[in-house]
Design a binder for this molecule. Structure first.
Ligand SMILES: Cc1cc2nc3c(=O)[nH]c(=O)nc-3n(C[C@H](O)[C@H](O)[C@H](O)COP(=O)(O)O)c2cc1C
Length: 113
């Protein structure tokens, strides 16, 4: 199976690989940025592992992604679906052409939320 096919397969069966990093408690954090590359319009399997590994109840969750030109697609919804008891704050979808200032401006605007 090619790598792309394997990824599609993992996504379709909601495969959650074991995490090497990201297992520590998130209880000390009120606001958490959740980022993923856009893989076939959704989050990468290890990000799903992270979301299912932790309890985001009551936390502010800020989704962001990197992509090859199509933006968030399902990513914000997919993160929100895994964090139903969280406050979801719009983040940013970044592609290679995004100027660093856009990311800086996004982060500045989030400081006040
Ligand atoms: C398996 C796979 C699937 C991808 N699917 C998409 C896609 O559907 N839409 C898109 O814009 N980019 C897609 N990309 C491009 C990645 O989103 C992009 O390369 C990545 O966000 C850049 O971050 P990185 O350098 O950490 O990989 C895909 C990349 C891979 C490896």
């Amino acid at each position: 199976m090619t790598a792309a096919k394997e990824v599609r397969n993992q996504i379709s069966r909601e495969f959650c690989p074991k995490l090497i990093y990201g297992n520590d408690s998130i209880s000390d954090y009120d606001t958490i940025f959740i980022g993923s590359p856009n893989w076939f319009k959704t989050i990468a399997p290890p990000v799903l592992s992270f979301l299912r590994r932790h309890d985001f109840t009551g936390k502010k969750v800020i989704p962001f992604c990197t992509h090859g030109g199509v933006g968030f697609c399902q990513i914000e919804n997919d993160i929100a679906k895994e964090c139903i008891k969280s406050i979801i704050i719009p983040g940013i979808a970044v592609n290679g052409a995004t100027m660093p200032e856009e990311v800086t401006n996004c982060l500045k605007s989030l400081v006040y939320k």
